[in-house]
Structure formats: C-alpha cells, structure tokens
Design a protein around this ligand. Structure first.
Ligand SMILES: Cc1cc2nc3c(=O)[nH]c(=O)nc-3n(C[C@H](O)[C@H](O)[C@H](O)COP(=O)(O)OP(=O)(O)OC[C@H]3O[C@@H](n4cnc5c(N)ncnc54)[C@H](O)[C@@H]3O)c2cc1C
Length: 480
C-alpha cells in the first residue's frame, strides 16, 4: 500500500509528485501513456503567464502569480529552458485601451510584479514588427517562455530520483473507496493507497466519476497552432497577446525557448478529449487574427501545425477541491490555462490539502533538488571541442536541423525516466523538432532506442504501443 497515489503525469501530476517526494512518504504515480507529459502538457502555448488575466481573489489568480515566481526557481534548479521575455497585451483600438486598463488593475490587485501600461511609441520601440494600428499595450515583465514538456519531465524525474514509483502505461479503470483509503484498479493490477490525488487533465471528470459523481463538467476546447522555423524566431522578442475575450487569451505570437516562433491558438469546442486535429478553417482564423498584431508574419516558414485540448470546466476557475464524501481524495480539475504557469503552486496547495486531510508530512534528510542537464547545441565551440574529446559520441550529429548529437540522445536514454519512443526522444533532446521534422534522424533515433534500451526494433514506437514503426524484416536482412 502507498501513502499517496497520483493519477496522471502531466505538468500537474509531475509537480505534485515532485512536491511530495521531499517527504518521507510512499508515493505512486499512475499514468496511462508510455511517457510523461503526453496530454495537454505536450501541446500548448508554453507561456508562463504573469497573472493579470484571472479575476482577483480567485484561486487561479493566486496560484498563477505564485507559480510564475516558482517557475523561475525550479527552472534554475532543474536545468529547464525558461526565459522571462515579458509579455505585451496590445490595444488595437480605443476600446482595447479601456480593456488593457482593466487588465492593468487586475494585475495590480493580483500582485503581478513590474506591470505597466505603455504608450503606442513605447510599444513600437520594443517591438518594431507590430501593426501600425497599435494604440498602446500592457507590459508584464515577469511573463516567460518555457519548454513545457521538459518542465514536467524534470519535476517527474526528480520525483523518481527521490523515490516516487512512476508507473507508465498504467491506465486507471476504477476507484473503490475502502476502509483504509482507495483500491485503484488499473490496466496493470490494483494499487492500494491511503490518499488519492487526481490530476487527469481533460479526463478529470471521468476519473473523479470512478469514485463519485463530480459536481462539474469538463468541456474540452481545442487550440491549433503554427510553429515557424528558426529563421522567424526573432520576429518578436516578447509574447504578443491581443485583448482576451470569452474564448480565452486570444491569438498570440511568441518566440519559443527552442528559437522558433509560435502562432495561435484558436478555440474550438469539441466533445472528444483526444481530438487534436488541425483544420484549414482554424488555421485561416489564426492567420488573420495574428496578422492584426504582426502584419508581416512569414507563415510560409511554417514547419508544423499541432493542436492541444483545454480542460475547460463549467466555471472560470480551477476546480481544486477535497472531496466531501471521501476527504482523502484531492481533485485537481479544470486545469485550463494558466495551468502550466500555476503548476508548482497548485502542487503546493494540493500538499496542504493532503495535510489538512491528515497526511503526516515529515521532510527527508536526503532530498535531492538539483538536476544537471545540458544540450550540445547550447555550448560554445570550445566547450563542444572539449566534450567531444572526452566523449566522442557528441561528435556524431544525428539531427542536423537542431544539431542534436548521439551523445545528447545517449544521455537522455539513460536518465531516470528513459524516453522509449521516437517522440519521447524528440521531447527530451529536440531531435526531429527542426525543419525536416525527423525525416533524416528518425531511423537513427529508432536504432539508438532499440540498442540502448535493449528493445526489439520491431517494438520501438512513435509514441504509445500501437504506433510501432516497423512491421518486419526484409528479405535483405534489414528492417521494413
Ligand atoms: C491550446 C492551449 C494553450 C495553452 N497555453 C497555456 C499557456 O501558455 N500557459 C499556461 O499556463 N497554460 C496553458 N495551457 C494550459 C496548460 O497546458 C494546462 O493547464 C496543463 O498542461 C494541464 O496539465 P495537466 O497535468 O492537468 O493535464 P495533462 O497534461 O493532460 O495531464 C493529465 C494526464 O493524466 C493522464 N490520465 C488521464 N486519465 C487517466 C487514467 N484514467 N489513468 C491514468 N492516467 C490518466 C493523461 O494521460 C495525462 O498524461 C494551454 C492549454 C491549451 C490546450
């Protein structure tokens, strides 16, 4: 029996596991996918929001601002790419000027540091590629851009290093309240736990419903994107928003920590939580909306389109609560944006709720809270030469678009949560994330996964089991 079971290992489940791993507790994390951060955490705008958007007094406002501050600390400790580039909300009309004034007041009430209204001239001086229609803007210097899956993976890795039992490919199928807590039925057997934290993202209501009927509904909403090549990465230097509306934070244009430019999202309601399709109409809407901010966007440099699913609930608030019927059950639901920004603060709050429910928290003497990770393509020429002399695998470039070496991939494959699929390697080191989208490097990555993790090449997947890339051996002895 474990003290706490966490269902789901997106950024919220990973942050909870990381927080709990500093205490003397037996913790298990149950995740249905073959890797962490494969749900909504994989596909979003990757912004650590400053926190002026949520209404003052809400949990969302408090946890966003606190999460923003914690993100800086955690990224530094755990070697996660994060840059505080700041954000601008543009006023593109006189009416918008009133709206950004209201956002400014919210920001002040929420305690957002350094927030300020800029004139048209100040705005254009910061970002010369913006539309001539700009009348002014709201500047929030604490907003940042992050690698969202690295953020979640880093926290999950630290949880594992500190003794948390991460069970991948373990789908929860039933929750039975018992005298001691819960018997959690999974695709790999039953896990008994005294306390339960549900962090199931867009499937929150379905998972909570296994124990008791939730008093909320999740209405998934799809957001689609363009991802532009590195050639466009300097188009803007901060995150460019338009005034938010009832559908969300609107279409943004922003640099990414990987040097690309991200443009999106739209908001399309869907009943299917797995519906990550990208539509021509969605992209056309994003293009016309984004051009209102940055008219000269070069969308011909698009290298990929993708979509993510928001876990919107029926209230404009996170649904974080302790069950009244089963006080040992903590539900972390309605984790729409700014869930990524708030994640570490949500986790701290969840731990407080567990403590209120009776969980004893005793710090470990041996808690490890530092994670070293580097990428070859971020090193200076002198550092690269020294590294190659020490470890020749860093001299063999596997992904030419992103300059990812065999050394980077081998290091990733031997980390505490080994990436077992082509996409998992892509999320860890960026191989396949460039202009050719894996056209050249995928076969080499495939070979390295099979060799290093001793997996039959026929079983190496693109993502989860069922997405195997090879079907058999050819008569010539190669793989097909
Ligand atoms: C288009 C879009 C843009 C966004 N932009 C931003 C942004 O810029 N900044 C920001 O702060 N937030 C943003 N968000 C919100 C942010 O991405 C989410 O709040 C965050 O990723 C939610 O994390 P999560 O862990 O709750 O969910 P997920 O990442 O979806 O993780 C839930 C996990 O639970 C697992 N699970 C579900 N059911 C089961 C089961 N039965 N058994 C086992 N495992 C299960 C899933 O497999 C999944 O891995 C955006 C979201 C979208 C969709």
């Amino acid at each position: 029996m474990v003290d706490v079971a966490v269902i789901g290992c997106g950024v919220i489940g990973a942050a909870v596991a990381y927080s709990l791993s500093q205490y003397q507790l037996k913790v298990a994390v149950l995740e249905q996918h073959a890797d962490v951060a494969v749900g909504t955490t994989k596909a979003n705008s990757a912004i650590i929001h400053a926190g002026y958007d949520p209404a003052p007094g809400t949990l969302m406002a408090r946890l966003n601002v606190e999460g923003n501050r914690l993100a800086g600390e955690i990224a530094e400790k755990l070697s996660v790419p994060f840059r505080r580039v700041g954000s601008l909300v543009l006023a593109l009309s006189e009416d918008d000027l009133e709206r950004i004034q209201a956002l400014y007041q919210r920001g002040v009430a929420n305690g957002v540091p350094g927030i300020r209204l800029l004139s048209r001239e100040e705005t254009l001086a910061r970002e010369p590629r913006l539309s001539e229609q700009v009348c002014g803007s709201l500047w929030a210097p604490s907003a940042g851009i992050i690698d969202p899956w690295e953020y979640a993976t880093a926290m999950a890795e630290m949880a594992v290093v500190n003794g948390v039992d991460l069970q991948l490919q373990t789908r929860v199928t039933g929750i039975e309240p018992t005298d001691f807590g819960f018997a959690i039925r999974t695709s790999r057997g039953t896990v008994e736990a005294q306390y339960l934290v549900c962090a199931a993202g867009v499937e929150a209501a379905a998972v909570r419903g296994m124990a008791e009927a939730p008093d909320y509904v999740i209405q998934p909403s799809r957001g689609e994107y363009f991802l532009l090549d590195h050639s466009e990465g300097e188009t803007v230097h901060s995150v460019i928003f338009q005034c938010p509306n009832e559908l969300g934070k609107g279409v943004l244009v922003a640099p990414t920590v990987h040097g690309n430019l991200i443009v999106g999202p739209n908001a399309a309601s869907t009943d299917d939580p797995d519906n990550c399709q990208v539509t021509a109409s969605g992209l056309a809407y994003i293009e016309s909306a984004a051009r209102r901010s940055v008219p000269g966007l070069n969308l011909a440099a698009n290298i990929r389109n993708f979509a993510g699913i928001r876990a919107n609930s029926d209230r404009d608030e996170f649904r974080i609560e302790r069950s009244e019927t089963y006080p040992h059950l903590i539900d972390l639901a309605g984790m729409k944006s700014p869930g990524l920004s708030a994640a570490p603060a949500v986790a701290r709050y969840a731990v407080q709720l567990l403590e209120q429910a009776g969980l004893a928290l005793k710090k470990k003497a041996s808690f490890c809270d530092r994670r070293e990770k580097f990428r070859f393509n971020e090193l200076s020429d002198a550092e690269r030469a020294a590294l190659i002399a020490r470890e020749p695998a860093y001299g063999r470039v596997i992904c030419r678009c992103q300059t990812v070496t065999e050394g980077d991939i081998l290091a990733a494959l031997h980390r505490p949560i080994p990436p077992r699929s082509i996409n998992a390697v892509k999320r860890r080191v960026g191989a396949g994330m460039g202009r050719c989208q894996g056209g050249f490097c995928s076969p080499r990555v495939h070979e390295l996964i099979a060799r290093e993790l001793c997996i039959d090449p026929l079983e190496v997947c693109l993502e989860d089991p069922g997405s195997e890339l090879l079907t058999g051996e050819t008569k010539m002895g190669g793989m097909a």
